[in-house]
Design a protein around this ligand. Structure first.
Ligand code: ADP
Length: 415
């Protein structure tokens, strides 16, 4: 008997056994029977033509109807289900057909089922990847939305805080002016001094919030002018020498090859970037520790390194500290001081530093063996700045062009 005829003989038994085995519930069974019947027709067609690809449409339909849970459960995947269908088919053939016919049917069906299993597996894998990508995209959109709300919040809060802060600063300054006219000691002077310290810190936080929202929106303006790293480091040394002494820390600033190279950059913003890193080094290094600033000249770049003998940073936390509010939960903070050991801050310093360095087309990264408050493995921050020998934009170029290039002047005129 030809396999197609043999299959026709077992058709009704096959349909009812398979639908009873796989479809629970009347409604489901009705739909499933239709789909099974299509599968059986195409199975016959595949055997007759010798081309198993006839099954593709029904297999595709089955794959597309899979839920994510079914796709994630290996037992509910199509290849094991197709294996069970094959096993039931073999049982029916043995039951309903002569031994010779059953053997022939099985020989013809085996390659078709192998093909179907392989096809279903590939399609299911592709679908699983597609759905995972979809889920990741959805999660990404949610994260972007959250990040945007965070940015918006910072921008609005900074804007709203600015006006009352300016008022307090103004009134405090007026009070101070009035009191300073008096010769005799007045306790109010101490109170106003305390107020001024508080408003100065608040002003720094508001300015940081403004910088962060400018960086987030790619609006940070860079005022390029000729700069020398040596000069920036002198400013830093002046700012930090007393603080380091107070904390009994050694602040070593080496003048390295490259630190006297002229390059174009925004001195004020770069000082702020260095200040943030060095203030962290002071904060996260115990009393008696050492902070070393060094660097080297690389082809086309100046690299500055800031190393400390502090508590270090866990490997997995190292990328996080450059994100907004990237204060680490593992570090228990003591106070909100800018210089005391483990004095906490709002977690905006390093994102601003990164934004400033990147606005100069440079890069920043940190190296540390890990976080250990007892062994203090320390941290080293690397800053890579490109050397710009020519002004980066037309406006700066005009400001800094050599005198001889300006119409109506030449070298002789200058003598
Ligand atoms: P913060 O205002 O908290 O100092 P930053 O953005 O400047 O925020 O730094 C983020 C976090 O990175 C800090 O809270 C701290 O946990 C970690 N960190 C930064 N610099 C150092 C350092 N030199 N040593 C150890 N941890 C550091």
């Amino acid at each position: 008997m030809r396999t197609v005829e043999a299959l026709a003989l077992i058709r009704s038994t096959w349909l009812s056994k398979i639908s009873r085995r796989f479809a629970r519930g009347e409604e489901l069974r009705e739909n499933f029977e239709q789909s099974l019947s299509q599968f059986f027709n195409l199975l016959q067609q595949s055997v007759e033509t010798g081309d198993p690809a006839w099954l593709n449409p029904v297999l595709n339909e089955w794959v597309q109807s899979r839920t994510l849970t079914e796709l994630d459960n290996p037992e509910a995947n199509l290849p094991p289900i197709l294996n069970q269908i094959l096993q039931i088919t073999i049982d029916i053939c043995q039951e309903k057909l002569s031994e010779g016919d059953a053997l022939e049917v099985m020989q013809d069906l085996l390659p078709v089922f192998l093909y179907a299993s392989d096809f279903a597996m590939q399609k299911e894998t592709a679908l699983r990847i597609e759905r995972i990508v979809d889920e990741l995209q959805r999660a990404n959109t949610t994260l972007e939305r959250l990040d945007k709300s965070k940015s918006d919040f910072i921008a609005i809060a900074a804007h709203e805080l600015k006006t009352p802060l300016t008022l307090i600063e103004g009134y405090a300054a007026m009070l101070w002016d009035q009191l300073s006219l008096q010769e005799e000691f007045d306790e109010s002077k101490i109170l106003i001094h305390g107020m001024e310290n508080g408003t100065r810190r608040l002003r720094e936080i508001v300015d940081d919030m403004i910088d962060v929202s400018l960086i987030d929106n790619n609006l940070l303006s860079i005022n390029f002018q000729p700069i020398w790293i040596n000069h920036l480091l002198e400013v830093i040394e002046q700012e930090f020498k007393d603080v380091a002494k107070e904390r009994n820390q050694v602040l070593e600033i080496n003048r390295f090859t490259g630190s006297d190279e002229m390059t174009f950059g925004d001195e004020e913003r770069l000082v702020k970037a260095f200040r943030n890193i060095i203030s962290n080094s002071v904060k996260y290094t115990p009393d008696g520790g050492k902070i070393t600033i060094d660097g080297r000249l690389l082809p086309g770049f100046i690299e500055v390194t800031i190393s400390d003998t502090g508590i270090g940073i866990d490997l997995e936390d190292q990328p996080l500290i450059f994100e907004k509010f990237g204060r680490l939960g593992s570090v228990s903070l003591h106070s909100s001081s800018k210089t005391k050991f483990k004095g906490g801050g709002p977690g905006l310093g390093l994102p601003i530093t990164k934004g400033i360095i990147e606005a100069h087309s440079g890069s920043i990264w940190v190296e540390s063996e890990g976080y250990d408050e007892v062994k203090c493995p320390g941290s080293t921050f690397h800053i890579l700045l490109p050397i710009r020998k020519v002004p980066p934009d037309d406006k700066t170029a005009k400001l800094f062009q050599p005198l001889s290039d300006i119409e109506g002047t030449n070298d002789e005129d200058n003598y």
